[in-house]
Design a protein around this ligand. Structure first.
Ligand SMILES: [Fe+2]
Length: 279
C-alpha cells in the first residue's frame, strides 16, 4: 500500500501554491492508494481560504482522508468560534469531523483533534472519539492495515517546537495499541518528526511501537527548525512486514519535491521476531 501524506497547507497568507502544485504533480506520478492531509488546511478558516483548499482537493486523484487542525476553526472571530467553529469546514470540506474510510486491505480512522472551546493552539482527543476509533477498527478485518490520522502530535519534538503534545498522549497511545493501530499520521509541528509509541508506552514484551509520523508543512512558509522555510511531505509504503517512510523536500529551483533517505519501522503488532527480520 502506498500513501502520500501532506499536512499544514495553511491556505491564506503563508500559502505557497507552487509547493501545493508540486504535491499534486507527485500524486499523479506515484498514483498512491491513499492521500492524507492531516489538518491546518487553512490559515484562518476563512471562506476564500477554504475555497482554495476545495479547489486543491478536487485535483487529488486518489481516495482522500482529511482532518481538521487548530487553524481550521476561527481564532479571532470569537462569536463564530463559540457558536459554529466547524461551520465552514462542514460547508467546504466535509460534514464529518471524525471519519472512517475503508479501502481494500486498509481501514483509516481520522479523529478531529482541534478543540476550539477548550484549547487555542493545542489539541484534545476525548473518550467518545477513542470509542469511535475502537468501534471502527473492531469492525475491520484482522489483516487490514489500521491507520489513524489526527492533526496534533503525541510526542514532543526534540527541541520542543510545535508546543505541547496532546494531553494524556500516553494513555491514548496505549488505547490505540490495544486496537492494533499500525500507523499514526499527523502534522502540526511543521517539521518531520518520526517516533514511535514506545517513547511513551513501555512494552515488557519488547515489541516495537506504533510509528508516529509527523509531517512538515507541505505548502506554507511556516516550517520550523530544522526545516525553517522548507516544505515537506511523506511517501509511505506499508506491507506485511513493515512501514517505510520517505520524507520529501520541496526544491524551489526545480519546483519539485525530492526524496530524502527512507526510514523503516517494523509492523509492530506482528511481534519482535518480524521486527528482527525487517531490519
Ligand atoms: Fe496546527
Amino acid at each position: 500500500m502506498l500513501i502520500l501524506h501532506g499536512s499544514d497547507l495553511q491556505t491564506g497568507r503563508p500559502y505557497r501554491p507552487h509547493a501545493a502544485e508540486a504535491f499534486l504533480s507527485l500524486g499523479r506520478d506515484l498514483a498512491p492508494d491513499l492521500v492524507v492531509l492531516s489538518g491546518d488546511l487553512t490559515q484562518r478558516a476563512k471562506a476564500r481560504e477554504y475555497q482554495t483548499v476545495r479547489d486543491f482537493v478536487a485535483k487529488v486523484q486518489a481516495p482522500l482522508v482529511i482532518t481538521p487542525g487548530n487553524h481550521d476553526v476561527p481564532l479571532y472571530r470569537i462569536w463564530e468560534r463559540l457558536v459554529s467553529p466547524y461551520g465552514k469546514w462542514r460547508r467546504f470540506m466535509s460534514e464529518e469531523l471524525d471519519s472512517v474510510t475503508r479501502l481494500a486491505g486498509a481501514t483509516v480512522v481520522a479523529l478531529n483533534s482541534s478543540a476550539p472551546r477548550r484549547a487555542i493552539v493545542g489539541g484534545r482527543l476525548d473518550a467518545r472519539q477513542v470509542a469511535f476509533a475502537r468501534r471502527a477498527l473492531t469492525a475491520s478485518a484482522g489483516s487490514d492495515v489500521r491507520i489513524l490520522v489526527t492533526h496534533h502530535h503525541f510526542v514532543v519534538t526534540p527541541d520542543g517546537g510545535g508546543g505541547h503534545p496532546l494531553p494524556r498522549a500516553g494513555e491514548l497511545l496505549r488505547a490505540f495499541e490495544s486496537m492494533g493501530v499500525d500507523l499514526i499520521l499527523g502534522g502540526h509541528v511543521h517539521r518531520t518528526h518520526l517516533s514511535t509509541s514506545r517513547a511513551l508506552v513501555p512494552d515488557p514484551e519488547g515489541r516495537p511501537g506504533i510509528p508516529l509520523l509527523a509531517c512538515g508543512t507541505t505548502a506554507s512558509s511556516r516550517g520550523r527548525p530544522p526545516e525553517e522555510g522548507a516544505n515537506g511531505l511523506h511517501v509511505i509504503r506499508v506491507d506485511d512486514r513493515g512501514v517505510e517512510v520517505t520524507p520529501y523536500r520541496f526544491d524551489e529551483r526545480s519546483r519539485h519535491f525530492d526524496p530524502g533517505e527512507p526510514v523503516g519501522f517494523p509492523r509492530w503488532r506482528l511481534g519482535a521476531e518480524t521486527a528482527e527480520d525487517h531490519r
